[in-house]
Design a protein around this ligand. Structure first.
Ligand code: GDP
Ligand code: IMO
Ligand code: MG
Length: 438
């Protein structure tokens, strides 16, 4: 059976660690990213060494696998190349193979500039994500396959650059970007045709020449693996509430981190798939947008400090709040979750009182599933259940029964109130700090 690991909240749930751990299974032959770009930051900690992956799938540390970047992922080749080079400087050539779909769209320097000008309201990662997906849908994108020969590459870049320079001029007027701010954006340096053509050509060529990297047909590759009876692990980036269609629009990312994104972003139909939702033991969010259980107080600060809640990609402090089961029920509805993985239970040690949101009171009625309707959210009063706290350190627990009764109760409450079994529980950042619940 194949497995998909998806974020259920607003991202940074601990998907990377769960994927790394599930990839240990020898029958898993491929680990696949299918959407998003280097807005993602997935952390894996092995023997005290911390790896932060932005584009590389979190199975990259296993030599016996192929990590796949599906067509739904958008690629900044400079970032991908430096990730590969950094990994190889630590491990040499002892990492998984990498297969990149030739259909992947490229993040170009103008996309990043446009994101810097327009992304403030949403609090984007400024990695060019929205503008690149906008060009993809608008049929103006540049794909990996467009970099086959240098002459047509140059023509394509030249055409798009001149169009985007005019667009950026217009944006500077509309967004009232002062001359000083424009200077800070270094538009002339970043938007030089010669530099872009040459740099991108160099980065893409270096990737193609790496003996462990292949650019090719992801659908064919995955189909073959399936026919051979191998297992495939799919790694979602971002999360359900950041989904462009199902999230807290417009405070979302520009891809589909929900299950549907897997099919479009790979061009592959997994025949037998279980879907695991990753639910951080509390809730965090980076960037702007609604967050009904947010704690703007000492408890929120304590969660941030204990959980080290600072963005893996941008370093921004994450907003922290109580676990919200209306969100988990919503994620179950949208993705059809078969099981849950709950990272960071250890962070809740010593948090008292300990609360879980179980419903929203809107116009006198209690709703038990999250709503992405902003008007409803404004009126909603969160209904909390207070649960028992515990003081014990959980980081050395390896069996469910090692957990104090109150922590066991926290997990079974989640199961009871969502109707989804919990299979994995995180008790620390390390690969081995996990409880497999029967
Ligand atoms: P992702 O984007 O969903 O992969 O999550 P991030 O890597 O951005 O953020 C999760 C953070 O929590 C990382 O720093 C992980 O090392 C850390 N982490 C993951 N699981 C656990 C856990 O069970 N306990 C603790 N204390 N930290 C964890
Ligand atoms: P992982 O995969 C948390 C957020 C940004 C911003 C919004 C839109 O590590 O869970 P974008 O740059 O995508 O246009 O920004 O989405 N965001 C994330 N928040 N984890 C992520 O990825 C995120 N990727 C994007 O902070 O609010
Ligand atoms: Mg992250």
């Amino acid at each position: 059976m194949h497995t998909a690991i998806l974020g259920t909240q607003w991202g940074d749930e601990g998907k990377g660690k769960m994927v790394d751990m599930l990839a240990e299974d020898k029958k898993v032959k491929a680990v696949v990213r299918f959407q998003g770009g280097n807005n993602a930051g997935h952390t894996v900690v092995v023997k005290g060494e911390k790896y932060a992956f932005h584009l590389l799938p979190s199975g990259i540390l296993y030599q016996d696998k192929t990590c796949v970047i599906g067509n739904g992922v958008i690629i900044d080749p400079q970032v991908l190349l430096s990730e590969v080079e950094l990994l190889e400087s630590k491990l040499g050539k002892k990492h998984a193979n990498l297969l990149i779909s030739e259909k992947c769209h490229l993040i170009m320097p103008w996309h990043i500039v446009i994101d810097q000008i327009t992304g403030g309201k949403i609090g984007t990662t400024s990695r060019g994500i929205g503008p690149t997906y906008k060009d993809l849908v608008g049929r103006r994108g540049i794909r990996f396959m467009d970099s086959g020969d240098k002459k047509s590459w140059q023509e394509k870049v030249s055409e798009e650059l001149s169009w985007n320079k005019k667009y950026i001029d217009l944006l500077c007027q509309v967004y009232k970007v002062s001359k000083e701010e424009q200077n800070k954006l270094e538009l002339n340096k970043k938007l030089s045709l010669k530099t872009i053509v040459q740099n991108y050509w160099t980065w893409l060529s270096k990737l193609r020449k790496n003996s462990l990297v292949k650019v090719g047909d992801v659908s064919l590759f995955l189909d073959k693996l399936q026919q051979q009876g191998s297992k495939i692990l799919f790694e979602g980036a971002q999360a359900t509430l950041l989904d462009i269609a199902h999230g807290t629009y417009p405070y979302v990312t520009s891809s589909n981190p929900t299950l549907g994104g897997l099919y479009i972003g790979t061009g592959f139909r997994p025949k037998d798939l279980r879907v695991g939702g990753v639910v951080k033991a509390y809730t965090t969010r980076v960037g702007a947008g609604p967050f009904p259980t947010e704690l703007n107080n000492k408890i929120g600060e304590k969660l941030r400090e204990k959980g080290y809640e600072f963005g893996t990609t941008t370093g921004r402090p994450r907003r922290c709040g109580w676990l919200d089961l209306t969100i988990v029920r919503y994620a179950k509805l949208i993705n059809g979750l078969d099981f849950l993985a709950i990272p960071k239970l250890d962070v809740l040690t010593g948090i008292k009182p300990l609360k879980i949101a179980v419903g929203y009171k809107i116009n006198g009625k209690v709703k038990d599933t999250f709503t992405v309707n902003e008007k409803e959210l404004e009126k909603a009063k969160v209904v909390y259940k207070t649960v028992d706290s515990w003081k014990e350190d959980l980081t050395k627990c390896r069996r469910f029964t090692d957990l104090p009764k109150q922590a066991q109760n926290y997990i079974t409450t989640i199961e009871k109130l969502t109707g989804v079994p919990v299979k994995l529980i995180g008790v620390g950042p390390g690969r081995e700090q996990i409880i497999k619940k029967q």
